[in-house]
Structure formats: C-alpha cells, structure tokens
Ligand binder design. Structure first.
Ligand SMILES: Nc1ncnc2c1ncn2[C@@H]1O[C@H](COP(=O)(O)OP(=O)(O)OP(=O)(O)O)[C@@H](O)[C@H]1O
Ligand SMILES: CC(=O)N[C@H]1[C@@H]2OC[C@@H](O2)[C@@H](O)[C@@H]1O[C@H](C)C(=O)O
Length: 405
C-alpha cells in the first residue's frame, strides 16, 4: 500500500488531527495560515486554534495575481502566464507555510494535513456569465495542491469548490459547512457575517430546529470597492483604516441608488458573486448615471461603505423579512471597520451585532479555520448533510487529495 495512503487511513481513525488551513481571499492582502487541532468530526468537532498568521503579500505577488484576477486589468489574460502562475502560487504558499512553521518552532512532520484554498482568480456562476453555450457554474482557484504537498511534505487537500459545483452548488460560499459544525447554538439563531473583499453570511437555525433552513449567501461587495477606491486616490494606502476617511464623508444618495440598482441585489439568496462584477467599471458606470464623477474620496468611501451595509441588510431582509432580529457575528477585515459596523447597525436595528471573537474564533482567522474543518470532514467525516440539499448546500465532502510522494 502507498505509505501516504496508509498514513491517511491512520489519520482518519485518530481522535484528533493537526490541520493547517490556508486562505487567500479577494482582498489580496496575504495568505492566512491557521494551525488548528481538530478533535472528532461532524457536530462533535472541537477546534483549537494553536497558531495564526497572515503572511502579507509583497507588491510583486499582488501584481502577479492582478494580471489574471477577475479576468485581468484589460479583460485579457495571457494563457502561458496563467499556466505558470498556478504552480508558482502553490510553491509560494508552501514556502509561506514552512516559514510560519519555522517561526512557531513546529516541524512539518508534526502537521497531519494542509487544507489549501488557493487563490480565486475567476468566479463564474451561471447567473453572472449568462453564456448559453456553457449552461453551468464554474470557478477557478490557482495554487496547485501537488506542489504544496511535495514542497511541504504534508498531505494536502485543495480545490474545495469543484465538488460543490459538481453536486449542484455555485462553488461558494462554503462557509455554511464549517459554520454549522463549529458555531451552531441550541440557544439562538445566528448570522455569521464575513466582511471580506466580498461579503457573505451563513444563517444557522437553533440546534434542534429544522437544519434544512441553514444556508449561506454572498451579499455583494464588502471591502473590494473601498480598497480599489482608496488605492486609486491614495496609492500609498491599502485601505481606509478604521473607516476614518468614510467617517469624514457624506453618503451621496443618488450614487448609492445607482449602485444598488444592479440586479444582483434584488436576486433572491442564496447567490454568489465576485470582483468580476463588483469592480472599478461598475462604480464608474454608476458615477456616470448619477453625475457624481467629481465626488471626492471621502464622500465616495462614505457611499461605498453604505453600499456594503445596505446590500448586507437587503439580503438579510430578503431572507428573514423586514424586522429580522438575529444575533450577527462579524468576521473578516470589515469587522475592524467602525464606519461599516455603525452603518450595519443602522440598517439592522433589530439585530444584535457582535464579532466571532465572542464565539472563540478570531475574526481574521475564521475563513482559514473553515477550510481546516472541511479537510477534517473529507478525511474523517461524512458528507455534510445540512440544508438537506435544499438551499444549495449539497451534501458532499470537499477537497482533492495530493500526496507528497
Ligand atoms: N482596521 C481596518 N479598518 C478598515 N478596514 C480594514 C481594517 N482591517 C482590515 N480591513 C479591510 O479588510 C480587508 C481584508 O479583509 P479579509 O482579509 O477578510 O478579506 P479576504 O479574505 O481577502 O476577502 P474574501 O473573504 O472576500 O475572500 C482589507 O483589505 C481592508 O479593506
Ligand atoms: C469563489 C470565491 O472564492 N468566493 C469567496 C469570496 O470571498 C468571500 C465570498 O466571495 C465567498 O463566497 C467565498 O469565500 C468564502 C471563504 C466561502 O466560500 O465561504
């Protein structure tokens, strides 16, 4: 028997596994590395986050990814470049993991599995691409898993989203599975709101309620348009730190309405999207329609912050009616933005806003942790039957297995 398969078989039967979850999201700020101890599986899963780091991307890495990201800066992608970037990113992520392990003084041999999300470079749900010649959902993540496994020597699971699509989903959001396993409560209905480049939430009914109502959905832009606007006006800044620039501006209602007129916002959840739709050109069009091409940076950021909050609230009211009273736990970079949090509270006055820190999960680590949970389920668990397949949460395990040798 292949010794790595024997090891996998052994690991699957152990009471606990040490798994590193890796996430590099749409903000291109860096690679999130979460070293987790996972005991058990399914609803009995117990997670301990042993170490966490965001390894920042250099300008060169960001530039390389942007050459293909969401179709590339000019809507054209060099195929040879894309082909080269796939293993290059795998090796980069592997080296970042090895650097973290050195820093944490943990030998790679003491890590059982790696769960590598890779870098989404294009997300193409059918409702977005609308091509009659390809009646299917598709998504593409780069950072080849075999390269990660061979470079680190750690059995690696990657490319999680394809199975979700193969089983009827849109390949995202996958957060529903890990959120359900780690964060369901017998006491309250919860909304786990991730405010990354794109915002999404998972609805969790109370344990004991009908689990088929659990689902997750994207809601629209989180930070992606804010970051792009800051970069365009102040190239030395990466984002609107603590929402200070937005706080100094005024929301322009005409621009907000033009932005909210996009049909994505009225489509019923669950739905997914990405920077392929919410990009600088979408903002430019809305500015032209509302005659706000000359709006200053602070007013633009105030309006875009309002858009993120308004679109989250719209998806919440679409799903739960006009006066939703849920407990909302925020995560992702937007959880650090007081202007965005204040806008959310205005739009959702009946909800109690908090962060996942209250639930013992670092807001910045949450997505990386969720991929460690998916890998744990793929190796030691069973297909995750939540949402009973009804809310586009197909009952599958996810992740392709790469052996290091
Ligand atoms: N202190 C802060 N104030 C305001 N915004 C912040 C702060 N810290 C982080 N952010 C925002 O959060 C972003 C990073 O968020 P995060 O890492 O959750 O995104 P991501 O994981 O790349 O995105 P996605 O979840 O869509 O894949 C930054 O680019 C910035 O816009
Ligand atoms: C295709 C893709 O990479 N989607 C990401 C993105 O970033 C946030 C949002 O859009 C979410 O749908 C998803 O990531 C999280 C981790 C998810 O699948 O739950």
């Amino acid at each position: 028997m292949n010794k790595h398969l024997a090891r996998l078989h052994f690991l699957a039967q152990q009471p606990s596994r040490r798994i590193i979850g890796l996430m590099s999201g749409t903000s291109l700020d860096g690679l999130d590395v979460a070293l987790c101890k996972l005991e058990g599986h399914g609803l009995a899963t117990k997670l301990t986050l042993e170490h966490f780091a965001t390894v920042p991307y250099t300008d060169d890495v960001r530039h390389r990814i942007r050459e293909v990201f969401a179709g590339g800066p000019n809507g054209q992608v060099d195929l040879e470049y894309l082909t080269l970037l796939n293993p290059w990113l795998g090796l980069l992520h592997a080296d970042m993991v090895l650097a973290c392990l050195r820093e944490w003084q943990i030998p790679a041999t003491e890590v059982d599995l790696l769960a590598s999300h890779g870098q989404t470079v294009y997300h193409a749900p059918q409702h977005q691409h609308q091509r009659p010649d390809f009646p299917l959902n598709a998504t593409l993540q780069l950072g080849d898993g075999d390269h990660v496994a061979v470079r680190t020597g750690i059995i690696t699971l990657s490319d999680f989203r394809q199975k979700h699509i193969a089983a009827g989903g849109e390949g995202a959001p996958l957060a529903a599975y890990g959120d359900y396993l780690l964060l369901s409560s017998p006491k309250e209905e919860r909304l786990l709101l991730n405010l990354g480049g794109i915002a999404n939430f998972t609805y969790l009914p109370r344990i004991g309620q009908d689990t088929s109502t659990a689902f997750s959905t994207d809601t629209g832009p989180g930070n992606t348009l804010l970051d792009a606007t800051v970069r365009a006006h102040r190239p030395s800044l990466a984002y609107d730190e603590d929402g200070k620039l937005a706080a100094a501006g005024q929301v322009h209602t005409g621009l907000l309405q033009a932005l909210l007129a996009h049909p994505f916002f009225t489509a019923a959840p669950p739905k997914t999207t990405g920077p392929e739709l919410f990009h600088a050109e979408y903002l430019r069009q809305a500015q032209m329609q509302s005659g706000t091409e000359q709006l200053g940076l602070q007013d633009l950021l105030a309006t875009l912050t309002e858009l993120s909050a308004a679109s989250v609230a719209q998806a919440v009211t679409q799903a739960f009616g006009r006066h939703p009273s849920l407990t909302v736990y925020a995560s992702g970079g937007g959880a650090h933005n007081p202007s965005l949090q204040a806008a959310l509270q205005r739009y959702l006055p009946y909800c109690r806003l908090s962060t996942t820190e209250q639930l013992g999960i670092l807001p910045d680590a949450k997505e990386a942790v969720l991929f460690a949970v998916l890998a744990n389920e793929a190796v030691a668990g069973e297909p995750l039957s939540i949402g009973a397949g009804r809310q586009r949460v197909p009952a599958v395990t996810m992740g392709k297995i790469s052996l290091p040798g």
